[in-house]
Each structure stands twice: as C-alpha cells, then as structure tokens.
Design a protein around this ligand. Structure first.
Ligand code: BDP
Length: 734
C-alpha cells in the first residue's frame, strides 16, 4: 500500500513538475501579440556582447516632472531584456555610461553645449562622446519628453541591431500634433472597429485604472504619438458631463508622463442636451457662455486638455448650419471658448450633402474652401486623405494646398473600414506615402501634401496629422497581428514623413517578428506589395466605393438601392454596356478643376492620367486601348487576377516561415491569410461577373472564370459572420 502511494506521489510530483515547466514556458513564450514592437527579448548573444561593452550603466538625473520615471523605467526594462543588464539610475562616469537628461538637469550635458536650440521640447540628440576620457553615450533633449523619445529611439537601434559606437543623431518631429482619433462609443462599442471593444472602460473609471491604458500610452510614445481623441466623432454629449470629465481626467493622468494630451469629440448640440438651452446657435450669447463655462470646467479637471474634435453638419450630426450659420461661425465660437486655456478645435472637413446631380468628391472643397483665412488661429481643419472616404486608393484631397491661410491636418484611417477589416493584411505606410508625396502644385512643383501638413509650404505654425485608430481589447490590440504595423507606421510617418515605407517595414519586422535577414526580406516583400495588390483585387484602376453599404466589407458593384445615391456603388462605377468610370472632367462633374492646373490637366488627359486613377476621373469605353496595348476590360480583369495571385502566393510565402517565427503567431496569421485569399477571389469573381453581365465580353487569357454566378454573389448575405470572415472560417472555406 505504502509503496503504491509513494509511486503515486512520485508520479504526481513528476506530473506537477512537467506542468509547472509547461506553465512557465507558456507564460514566458505566450506569443499573443500583446507586447507589440516593444518585446525586448534577449538579443543574439554575439550582438549583446558587443553592445554591453558600449552600454553598461545609466546616469539619469531628471527631476523636473514625471516623464523622468517612465524614461528610466523604459531604459531599465529595455536594457535588462535586450542585453541582460541590471542597472541603477545614477552611475558615476565610466566607459559604457548612458547619460540621459537635459542641459538643465545634467551638468555633463550642459557642458557639451549640444545644438539643442531649435529642437523644441520633443526633439533629441543621441551622441557618442568622451567625458573625462571615458566613452559614453548621451541622450539629450530640452525637455523630459524629448529624453523619453530619445530613449525609445535608442532602444530601437538595439532592437534592430544597428551600430551604436559612433552615434550622432538629431531628431525632431516635423508635425506638432500627431494624433490618434478613436471612434469609440461610450457604451464600449467602436464604430468601424475590428479588434474588440473600446479600450476605455468608462463604467470602471475613474476609480479603476486598467493596466492597458499605460501600455497603450507607452506604445504610442514609442512612436511619437502625442495626442489622442477618446471618443467617436459621431459624438455623445455625455462625455462633457462632470461625471465623465473625471473619467477622462483619470485617463489623461495616465497619459501625461508619456507626453500624450487628451482630446475628445464634442457634440455641437451639447448646450441643449446638457445645458437645457433652446438652441445651439453659435451666435447666441447663452450658447457662447455655456461653452466658455464648460471649457473652464474641463481645464480645472484636466489642466493639459488638448481640445475638441468636431464633426458638424455631416451624416446627421448637428452643427452651425442647423442655425443658418456656417462652419467658420461654429468652429470659431468653440475656438474662442478654448483659446485662453491653450486649447484647440479640430474641425472636420468631411462634409457632403446630397444634391441632385452632384459629385460627392467635390463637396468638401465646395463647402470649405471659400472660408480660407477665416478660421481662428487655434482651429485646425482636418481633411481626409482623399475626396471621398478612406477608399483603398484615392487621389489626394483637392483641399490640400487650396487653403493657404488655414491650418490643415490630414486625417488617415488606420482601421480598415474599406480594406478588409482586420482580416486583410495590408501595409498602409505605402498608401500614406503615396498621399503625402502627392504634389498639389499649389506653389509650383514640389508643393506636396506632406509640406502642407508640416506647415513648411504656407508657414502655418499649428500643424497636425490624425489617424483613426485600429486598436481594441483584442489581446493583440489590432485583431490581425500584422496590422500592428499600421499603428506603428502611422506614428513613424507622423514623426518624420520622409522615412520610406521600406525602412518602416524593416524596423517593424525586426522589432516584432524576426531579425533573420532572409525572413525579414520575405516579410518585407509581402508588406510592401500588399497595398497595391489589395487595390487590385478590390478596386483596381481608380474604381472606388464598390463595397456593400453599411458595413463596407465585401463586393457589391451592382448595388443601387440606397435612397442616397452617393451610398450606392453604381453611382461610383457608372458601369453600363459601353464603359465604366466616373467622369470628373469638363464633360462630366468637372470636380477635377478643384485641383491646381498642373494636376487638373494631367488627370483630365486620357493619355496622361496614371492608370491607377483612371476610372476615378474618366468614363472609359470597355474597348479603350490602354498604355499597355490591352483593352480596358482586359486590363481590369487582369488587375483583379493579379490581386488574387498575390493573395495565393502570400500564403505560400508565409508557409516558408513555419518554424521561423513562433507557432502561435504563425498560425493566427495563416488563418487570416486564408480568409484574405478567399475574399480576394470573391472580390474578383463578384466584380467581374457583374461587369461582364453588362459588357458581355469574354475574360482575357490568364483570368480564372468566376466560381459562382452573379446571382449567387448577389445572394451572399454580407451581414452574416461568414461573409465578414469572423465566423468559423474552416467550416465555410472551400
Ligand atoms: C465614414 C464612416 C462613418 C464615419 C464617417 C466619418 O463610414 O462610420 O462616421 O466616415 O468619418 O467613413 O465621420
């Protein structure tokens, strides 16, 4: 008996030991994506050994504010993880010392007389130096927040295995306000959010502070994001109540050391909804007073409050035009309420009203351009990258360059409302580069959108760029592990719009997935080809808004039943038996004339317009001979097919990475890539079936026949989980 019991307990012990090891292993190696690009796992020993000779201790003596703690914390965590170093904060001068501070806080830095002059608060210098005959590295800035950005930059050098022996880096952000816009509702849902619920737990706040707020702030600071608007632009006035202001203040407190200011969307009719006023007319004294008092109340609770983001008179939102006032009247009234507190108003230019025979692409320009020079100096006009609405590809918005006396801020969408939600891998840095590099010709050649955004074209002092966030409560933050790269890219480009998408891809891959050169090259090929190919299988050659209305996921080029014409795909493709495309030239809506002459002339000329914008600006016969010598129909069909081929090839490429990255992420990404391939085929087949039903032309060689009939595609209920790819994929996939 006793022997048996002993055997049993021995077995039990072994079992417990195995279980414990497994548990340890699973916690250490849990590759759930939560750590984003800030993983700090040990570097390969041969690299770490070299780095440890160059860095082995820290001197950080910042006392001015709270960013000091987080800077020290970050460096300690980073250097411990990457290099295995245990370091305290105040080592004496010796070889390998990392000195972090401002000229005010640190005499060593003051003595070096570094050219920090025009680096503002956020810039920094990282330099290798010799002090008292010892080789040290300096991270210096004018302000604590600059040292935090410098620390993240330095850690990135290690994470991406860059040399650090002879550093001479000077960085400062090109754009002042680098902002995420969350479209989060106060009930926890997210408009156009595909990665779970809202990160903000309003019912728990202000008493309970979710640990994710800090992790989120840290991730943002690591890429230079310094402003966050918390709630949906389709706003609920409740956020302006004293109860909610306390909650917002609690979030703002977590963000502050990370250099992040909080904003929120203010509902224009709040004085009526909360204040019991009978109007929200911006000229009404009672209304003005209400906003002034509200602003004072906000700043008492949140001293570094950023300001309001406002969607007015757009898609049912209230605004000044409800009272026969205009956008300037509304924006300036709010701006005045915030001005004495240093707050700003971000007024959205996403305004379009349906009129008979109108072209939605021209609406924002018509509504806002006439007000150039009239907005208060603390107003930023936030303009979407393209004239319609976050399509897979749009030409740049004609308002860029057209309002030289107005502070203007591009709005990009990181969340993939029209680009396959969090199911499709697409690297948006490429798309954003295309927009930022677009030449408006406002002041001759070289007047790029980037120069409008950074203020250098017209000398604007208040500059900004916003991205609609793709984060949520999913453990990996963004639903698809790869789409973390878009959050990362937005921050990097907002900081420096000159870095290439190749560089951003390389950094992100090395920090997040692998540093093995062969694998990095393969993954970066996937990333850098993805945007073009997604456009190919969804909306090639300038097609746009071909998604089924409402949720904007799958193809429905035949859809024409919305009461508002401009929500119907047929309104945008104008396809019939003879041809396809939206004529925006002189013979059509002529909204191409909103661009400066050089651009207008290029896009109006069938011979000169780049293929990628063709059907955006021109209505073209199916039989039109393209630059390639093929007909438009052949080209179009081949573009769809190319997109499908890419999706297939990408799955094959991904398979090659099995065993090269951890199984968890490998499997999760594999499943998403399978959905993407299925959807690419669906897009091609549904779109070509429809167009073919109009033009009756045969498919060119090399294009696969659709799997189903047009009627089958029309029947797919896009509201079911299968269609959106979030149902059980394996059951449904064929
Ligand atoms: C559209 C979205 C809608 C947003 C709107 C906006 O479909 O959910 O509210 O943009 O930007 O793309 O205000």
């Amino acid at each position: 008996m006793r022997k048996k019991a002993k055997v049993k307990s021995k077995k039990a012990k072994i079992f417990i030991a195995i279980f414990a090891v497994m548990l340890l292993f699973s916690t250490v190696k849990a590759e759930d994506g939560y750590r984003l690009w800030l993983r700090y796992d040990a570097l390969p020993e041969q690299n770490a050994r070299i780095y440890r000779k160059q860095i082995n201790s820290i001197y950080l003596n910042l006392t001015a504010g709270t960013s000091a703690d987080v800077t020290l914390d970050e460096l300690k965590t980073g250097l411990k993880g990457l290099l295995g170093l245990d370091i305290a904060g105040n080592s004496p001068i010796k070889n390998g010392l990392l000195i972090v501070g401002t000229p005010k806080s640190t005499k060593y830095i003051a003595d070096l007389k570094l050219p920090l002059g025009n680096l503002s608060k956020e810039g920094f210098i990282i330099r290798s130096a010799t002090i008292q005959n010892k080789k040290v590295t300096i991270i210096a800035a004018n302000d604590e927040i600059g040292t935090l950005y410098g620390a993240f930059h330095f850690l990135r050098l290690l994470q991406t295995l860059q040399p650090i022996s002879n550093l001479n880096i000077t960085e400062k952000p090109k754009i002042k306000l680098r902002m995420l816009n969350h479209w989060d509702n106060l009930d926890g849902s997210i408009e156009r959010g595909y990665a779970g619920k809202s990160l903000w737990k309003w019912s728990e706040l202000p008493d309970k502070i979710d640990s994710r707020y800090r992790d989120y702030a840290r991730a943002n600071a690591s890429i230079g994001i310094n402003a966050v608007s918390l709630n949906n632009v389709n706003a609920n006035a409740q956020i302006l109540t004293p109860e909610y202001l306390k909650k917002v203040a609690a979030i703002a407190n977590v963000f502050r050391p990370y250099g992040i200011k909080v904003f929120f969307s203010a509902r224009f009719s709040a004085p009526m909804e909360l204040g019991g006023l009978l109007t929200a007319d911006p000229f009404d004294q009672g209304v003005k007073n209400w906003w002034k008092q509200k602003a004072a109340e906000i700043y008492l609770v949140i001293p570094n409050f950023g300001g309001f983001l406002v969607k007015a008179n757009s898609e049912g939102q209230p605004g000044p035009r409800t009272y026969n006032r205009n956008h300037v009247d509304g924006a300036n009234m709010l701006a005045e309420a915030l001005a004495s507190h240093g707050g700003i108003v971000i007024w959205r230019a996403f305004v379009y009203d349906m009129k008979p025979g109108y072209d939605r692409a021209g609406a924002a320009y018509e509504n806002l351009q006439p007000f150039d020079g009239k907005f208060a100096s603390n107003v930023l006009l936030q303009v979407k990258n393209g004239p319609i609405d976050f399509q897979p590809r749009e030409p740049f918005h004609p308002l860029f360059g057209a309002m030289p006396k107005t502070n203007m801020m591009p709005e990009l969408q990181i969340t993939q409302e029209y680009l396959g939600f969090s199911n499709h891998l697409v690297f948006l840095a490429d798309m954003w580069r295309e927009v930022l590099d677009s030449d408006t010709f406002a002041k001759g050649k070289g007047s790029t959108v980037a120069k409008v955004a950074d203020g250098t074209l017209f000398g604007s002092k208040l500059t900004g760029i916003a991205g609609v966030a793709n984060t949520g409560t999913d453990q990996n933050w963004t639903g698809h592990d790869f789409l973390q790269a878009n959050w990362y890219s937005f921050g990097r480009l907002a900081w420096n719009h000159e870095i290439t998408s190749q560089q951003i891809a390389d950094e992100w891959i090395k920090m997040t997935l692998t540093r093995e050169p062969k694998e990095v090259a393969l993954i970066s090929k996937i990333l850098l080809t993805s945007h073009n190919e997604l456009v190919n299988y969804m909306t090639p050659l300038g097609l746009h808004h071909q998604m089924w209305g409402g949720h904007h996921y799958g193809p429905a080029p035949w859809w024409n039943t919305y009461s508002r014409d401009d929500w119907n795909p047929t309104y945008y493709n104008k396809a019939d038996e003879k041809g396809i495309g939206f004529d925006r030239t002189k013979t059509g809506s002529n909204t191409v004339s909103q661009y400066f002459p050089a651009v207008r002339d290029e896009f109006s000329d069938l011979k000169r317009i780049p293929d990628k914008y063709l059907l955006w600006f021109q209505h073209v016969p199916w039989t039109y001979k393209m630059k390639s010598g093929k007909t438009l129909w052949e080209e179009l069909a081949l573009h769809y097919q190319n997109g499908v081929n890419w999706a297939r090839q990408t799955r094959k490429d991904w398979e090659k990475l099995k065993g090269k990255i951890d199984d968890e992420r490998f499997e999760r990404i594999s499943r998403k890539l399978a959905i993407q391939e299925r959807d690419a085929i669906w897009w091609k087949d549904a779109s070509l079936s429809y167009f073919q039903s109009l033009n009756q032309l045969p498919l060119p060689k090399g294009v696969e026949k659709p799997l189903k009939t047009l009627e089958d595609y029309k029947k797919i209920d896009l509201l079911d989980d299968f269609a959106r790819g979030i149902g059980s994929f394996d059951e449904n996939h064929k």
